[in-house]
Design a protein around this ligand. Structure first.
Ligand SMILES: [Zn+2]
Length: 524
């Protein structure tokens, strides 16, 4: 049996439906709070103070090294000082061996004196005291070529690679995304397009096999130290790992990445059959064998009785490579996250949801810290098991593409968030942040979230000198940060996090297939 509604009730019901339609499409924005966020972030910024401590005073932060732990403890103290809660270094699982450089010295003594710009590779041991002797250049194109060096490399100073190509570049070192770049980014990529420049898989595997064979041979022959070209130019050295962080892994021969111009000079002298005498000393230590890894966490508690158990997260990675001080990779991301927290706390905003900052460990080793955190708090991929916070995460925002300002955001193939982000960006487009692309981006700590169906995002950032100079190099230092860019980024980050903490609903999620493969690593 149906009951007839009176006409007036019908009309009222219709009006409610009509009125709620635009409200669904439109985000409620608190522009008064945005004005205050802008004033605090752009006029009263404290972001460089944070970075001077993180980079200049505490230095590089190889995962779980003594410097990492001290820097983490400082951030925890600072977080408490500004009134954040639950600040702690939170263990997530086992990291492995931690490593610390204590001394490095190298010079060419003959035919001429030249101090050598270089940097020991992480997770390689120190030399057996000061090594002094002839440089030996190997010529190895295939594994069989190693035979002719048998018995000749005891304590030797060895160069494995030949002269490196170093063409003059006419491209500017620093760049910003142009309007054309951003417009292109808004469009979907060509279907089936391959990334240009990647060498064929077989070549890569053959090269890797040869490298491994050379490493084993040098170790068996008792070579003293290996010098490798540092991949950079203008005296900049790109340096990563030369050994393994894993407990019980074989110890490699000590290895040093050397400035390419100087490496090439030594090679060219040797190729003219003129002897080169080098002197090298490295002191390095493995500080622990099987260390638990920790992420740095702090919160601004939620205030809405119904929503305060829900969480909005923001962060970057706390670990760095060791050649510089980890300023742009990813001290910048840590500073942006911390400054966004400071801005919101300083304004005394009362977020409905809890806002949680996480500065991740061991991103450079494959998102080890963020993957561990996601497994503990949200979703265990191995057991295919949801954790209690899985249904309570509103969003995660990551900043890890250098110190360039925010130009927009990658929606990570989640169409439902596009209009929401567009609405949030509208009142900050004068700051240069206006683009929402549906495209995915990889290589940063949003991936472990994204990989289990959680809304995790990385911003679109201006490149500045990230790809050309600072990323994993000895020039990843404070002076290559852009202060105005970071101030803008912290302001936009605070605004995004605030909106995610205040809106009625959590951010919409995309379809999650628990059987899909785990996300792979990229750069950053
Ligand atoms: Zn990074």
């Amino acid at each position: 049996m149906t009951k007839r509604l009176p006409v007036r009730a019908l009309a009222a019901a219709l009006l409610v439906v009509l009125l709620s339609l635009p409200a669904l499409a439109q985000e409620k924005l608190d522009l008064q709070t945005l004005d205050r966020i802008r004033a605090e972030g752009l006029v009263n910024s404290k972001i460089t103070d944070f970075l001077i401590y993180l980079c200049d005073i505490y230095g590089p932060r190889l995962p779980d090294s003594p410097q990492y732990v001290k820097a983490g403890e400082w951030v925890v103290g600072k977080a408490k000082e500004i009134g954040l809660v639950n600040a702690a270094m939170e263990p997530y699982g086992t990291f492995g061996r931690s490593w610390e450089l204590q001394k490095y010295y190298a010079a060419m003594l003959e035919p001429q004196y030249m101090p050598i710009i270089g940097y020991p590779e992480a997770w390689t041991p120190g030399t057996n005291g000061v090594l002094k002797g002839p440089a030996i250049l190997l010529s190895v194109k295939a594994i069989a070529d190693l035979d002719k060096y048998k018995g000749k490399l005891k304590d030797a100073i060895v160069l494995v690679q030949g002269e490196q190509d170093l063409p003059i570049s006419f491209e500017p070192m620093a760049s910003r995304l142009s309007e054309a770049d951003l417009e292109k980014l808004e469009l979907a990529p060509e279907p089936g397009a391959r990334r240009p420049g990647a060498p064929p898989m077989q070549d890569m595997m053959a090269r890797q096999q040869l490298q491994q064979a050379v490493g084993k041979f040098l170790k068996a022959e008792g070579a003293g130290v290996v010098l490798e070209p540092g991949r950079g130019k203008d005296g900049t050295v790109f340096v990563g790992s030369g050994g393994s962080r894993m407990k019980g892994a074989d110890m490699p021969v000590p290895a040093i990445a050397v400035a390419t111009e100087q490496y090439n000079r030594i090679v060219r002298i040797l190729q003219k059959d003129v002897p080169v005498t080098l002197e090298v000393e490295v002191q390095a230590r493995f500080t622990a064998d099987d260390l638990p890894g920790t992420n740095v966490i702090a919160e601004l508690p939620g205030t809405d009785p119904k929503l305060k158990s829900e969480i909005v997260m923001l962060g970057g990675h706390f670990d760095t490579w060791h050649g510089g001080t980890g300023a742009t990779d990813d001290g910048a991301g840590c500073a942006v996250a911390f400054e966004a927290m400071r801005i919101l706390k300083a304004l005394g905003v009362q977020p409905r949801r809890t806002i949680r900052m996480a500065l991740w460990d061991a991103e450079e080793q494959g998102f080890v810290g963020s993957r561990g955190y996601v497994a503990n708090h949200f979703y265990d991929r191995v057991k295919k098991e949801k954790k209690p916070e899985y249904d309570r995460l509103a969003a995660y925002f990551n900043f890890d593409n250098g110190s360039g300002k925010i130009r927009g955001i990658y929606a990570q193939s989640n169409s439902a968030v596009v209009p929401i982000f567009e609405a949030w960006l509208e009142p900050v487009k004068d700051l240069g942040a206006a683009t929402v692309t549906l495209r995915n981006t990889g290589g940063t700590d949003h991936l472990p979230f994204d990989g289990v169906g959680l809304p995790g995002f990385q911003f679109i950032q201006d490149p500045l000198e990230y790809g050309t100079l600072t990323h994993h190099s000895t020039m990843d230092v404070y002076d290559h940060l852009s202060r105005p860019d970071l101030m803008q980024a912290a302001t936009v980050m605070a605004w995004f996090v605030y909106n995610a903490a205040m809106r009625d609903q959590k951010l919409p999620r995309k379809f999650f297939d628990p059987n899909a493969p785990a996300p792979t690593r990229g750069r950053n």
